[in-house]
Ligand binder design. Sequence first.
Ligand code: 8YV
Length: 329
Amino acid sequence: TSQRPRVFVSRRLFQETLDLIAQHADMDVFDRSGSPSSEELVARTTGCAGLIAQGTDKVDAQFLDQLPDLRVVCNVAVGYNNIDVAAARERKIVVTNTPDVLNEACAALTWGLILGVTRRLGEGERILRAGKWKGFQLDFLLGMDLVGKTIGVIGMGRIGQAVAAKAAAFGMRTVYMKSPRRPDEQIVGPDGVPYEGLSFEEVMQRSDVITLHVPLSPQTHHLVNRDSIRLMKPTAYLVNMARGPVVEEAAVVSALENGWIAGAALDVYELEPVVHPGLMKFDSAFLIPHLGSATRETRTAMCNLAARNLIEVLGGRPPVTAIPGSYIP
Ligand code: 8YV
């Protein structure tokens, strides 16, 4: 007799999020660790009006064609390169993401990556844990000062601006890549002073730290490649908190091998969870496993925002945070 919509939740969520969804829908939850295969994702979403998805669940035309009852897909991620937004729009399916709630967590850990690679934290910890520390030495594990240096933000959106907002606290000057779509836009820092907007090439050439915060799209795929990485100073560091394929990993390996750059700090990889074996060879690579938004507070907020989007759309109301270009009923 239940008229409640059915939904599939493709990963374990927090209990409070599940409780929220359960007030409004009958749900099936993928309750194992890991991810459902694409077959299982289709099978368990069949007959559902809603899907709570992860950034690694591929939601394309072929997937959607198998799910005629689907009305809304809610990504637990700000990135939505896993979703074919146009294909969803053609099928009148709403798609949502989780912007803003993760800005501070991602920005804070970007500074963690910057400090990690410029101050050689990974190397230091490995030496200490291996029992190889010989005691204080004036010339041991020397890094680079941030004060007085320039940080170059590629992708000055919500997360990029949250990163830039902390740069002055480290005594750094900020430059950023002007959006090719909005060349006249001025972006102002917390002190009311506009940051210096430059071309991609100028940012690569002038910065001591390059930090990437662009979405993955055909335009940004391998934006940092063999050619563009050669624009960087040999003393500069590359940081990627965006999406793996924005960087050609093989080019980073060559750059570390040949001393084209001083180091690289990566949170995301081209073929997660596979990491290019070449990167593992270099202490100048500081590598962490896709942890940008991974705090209890932020992940809870992301899951709850995805649930709110689901509930709003299934209740016949507009979503809270639709992906740009989404169908809106
Ligand atoms: C997601 C992320 O949790 O928000 C994003 O875009 O990269 C992460 O915070 C991850 O994509 C899994 O959905």
